[in-house]
Design a protein around this ligand. Structure first.
Ligand code: FE2
Length: 532
């Protein structure tokens, strides 16, 4: 291998750049402790490749060196920084390279590599791969977005998340990899932090099941434990295939850190300054394993993950972070009635800075559509246990933050009525519905597609379980729900937003059959779902 000299690496870690392509990566000189002769007994690209956060002239490409994903240090025998060669080309065999360079895999970042490629042509596919010590990574495919002023006829994407490794195969990722889409939106719960749940019988929605495959190790607290968990999840070939097929736009939810965490609070009452140490480890591991830009590199226990992307004049995408800045859940974070704390103006879902950023972005948005891509349900879903008793709401979803919810809906109604679509997740079943201020309010202000899980919840109970019956009765704005695994597929045209709720008949066996549970359309300018 030919090493770049010190000047080449200083020039943006992009030694060997061609044409006007520019690259952004961590700024660093060739370190004095560079591993000059990296050696691996097997390919270090076991975790595959990924790309993400496309712009009209580039995207991030990602990999992590991990020859033995579940071993200590992922099997890396040298802990020194290493140079990894990358290349981007215009065809799937990479016989026509448009740019290449070298990037440092830092041991401090688990030998992950994030390269921000730019200077590419808009709205076209590219292919990429990495190389080190005679090993080639798999070839991944990415895609640039159209120019900001371009007028594309459509954009298609899949929304998915909640991929509890123990509770099902990732068949949905395999199907997503085959879909003709422009990107994936991952709403969170990429990993679950829980330890190995054992060989006992578990219950989900009244259905017993045994873990299909088991987490390695206990509940994650340390950086090494989180790293190993991401590595284990990425040993799944279907997940790697979906990453290699299209660019992803990711955000994190609760299980990347701890169940239902909120701001500085975990679910166990740990002192904030102690929980922040765990949060820092969790966020670092998240960054290390996602195709994120350098702007999302964590700083201690903070990670900048809310951001916006633009797809021509068709759609602005606002990716939200409703975990890091939110007030703690009230009423013990249980399903509860909506008491006064839920309406308190002191409590927030997004935090002031993010809310102002979002409102400013929406107020100035000139695209046909605005996608709010976030974590948890916005629908204010009411239900009764076993179909009777008091009406209850989730204190973890927007229904526990009604003041924030109302303020966002008011802003949408006054500033961009009829072009805002919310895509969310976390509830482990599909929900499609209208968003109004109150249950008896017949005027929808916006709409929501909540994508079910990839695997969390095992095979599921379908749409005639007692929860489905209860929520259908209590929620006039809810148009569809089912407890099955799958994803939401959106096909966004200039005037109509079409969405399919895709479901698998089973995930506890391989090759579950995919079908469309329900389809909806939203007409631009007319907030409200129509059956399609
Ligand atoms: Fe989840």
């Amino acid at each position: 291998m030919v090493f770049p000299n010190r000047r080449q690496v200083l020039a943006g870690l992009g030694g060997g750049l061609l044409l006007s392509t520019r690259v952004r990566a961590l700024r660093a000189a060739v370190p004095a402790n560079l591993e000059t002769k990296p050696k691996f007994e097997t390919s270090p690209f076991q975790l595959g490749v990924a790309s993400g956060d496309p712009s009209s002239d580039g995207f991030v490409i990602w990999t992590r060196l991990a020859p033995a994903p579940l071993s200590p240090d992922a099997g890396m025998t040298s802990h020194r920084p290493m140079l990894v060669t990358w290349e981007v080309g215009e065809n799937d065999t990479l016989s026509h390279i448009v740019c290449r360079g070298q990037a440092l895999a830092h041991p401090e970042l688990g030998h992950s590599v994030h390269v921000e490629v730019s200077g590419l042509k808009p709205d076209r596919p590219y292919w990429y791969r990495f190389r080190i010590a005679g090993y080639d990574s798999p070839i991944g495919r990415s895609h640039t977005f159209p120019r900001p002023g371009a007028s594309p006829a459509r954009v298609r994407f899949a929304a998915a998340g909640c991929q509890y490794y123990e509770e099902g195969y990732y068949t949905a990722w395999r199907r997503i990899a085959e879909e003709p889409i422009d990107f994936v939106f991952h709403y969170g719960d990429y990993i679950y932090e829980n330890g190995d749940s054992g060989d006992g019988i578990h219950q989900h929605n009244g259905r017993p099941f045994r873990a299909l495959r088991r987490h390695v190790g206990p509940e994650c607290y340390s950086l090494d434990e989180y790293r190993r968990r991401y590595a284990q999840y990425k040993t799944d070939a279907d997940l790697r295939a979906a990453h290699a097929a299209v660019p992803w736009i990711v955000t994190s939810d609760d299980h990347e850190v701890d169940n239902n965490w909120a701001g500085d609070s975990d679910q166990d009452g740990t002192p904030a300054e102690i929980f922040r140490l765990r949060r820092a480890s969790a966020m670092q591991a998240y960054y290390e394993h996602m195709p994120l830009r350098l702007t999302s590199l964590p700083d201690g226990s903070h990670m900048q993950i809310y951001r916006s992307l633009r797809y021509g004049d068709l759609m602005n995408i606002f990716v939200l972070d409703t975990r890091q800045y939110r007030s703690d859940q009230v009423y013990g974070d249980r399903f509860a009635g909506q008491g006064p704390d839920v309406w308190s103006p002191e409590r927030t879902m997004m935090g002031n800075a993010q809310e102002q950023w979002l409102f400013n972005g929406l107020a100035h948005s000139d695209t046909r559509w605005n996608l709010l891509a976030h974590q948890v349900m916005m629908m204010n879903l009411a239900f009764r246990k076993s179909g009777h008793g008091p009406v209850l709401y989730s204190m973890d979803q927007w229904s526990g933050y009604m003041y924030s919810r109302r303020r966002l809906l008011q802003f949408i109604e006054q500033n961009c009525p009829g072009n805002v679509v919310n895509v969310t997740g976390d509830a482990h079943r599909h929900f499609a519905g209208n968003l109004a201020y109150d249950a008896d309010d017949r005027r929808p202000v916006s709409v929501e597609f909540l994508a079910t899980s990839i695997s969390s919840g095992a095979d599921g109970a379908g749409d005639n379980d007692s929860f489905s019956r209860s929520v259908r009765r209590e929620n006039p704005h809810l148009l569809a729900t089912t407890d099955q695994r799958g994803y939401v597929l959106c096909d966004v045209g200039r005037d109509v937003w079409h969405a399919d709720l895709k479901v698998l008949d089973r995930v506890m066996e391989r090759d579950g059959r995919l079908s469309t549970y329900a389809s909806f359309a939203v007409e631009r300018g007319h907030p409200g779902l129509q059956k399609a």
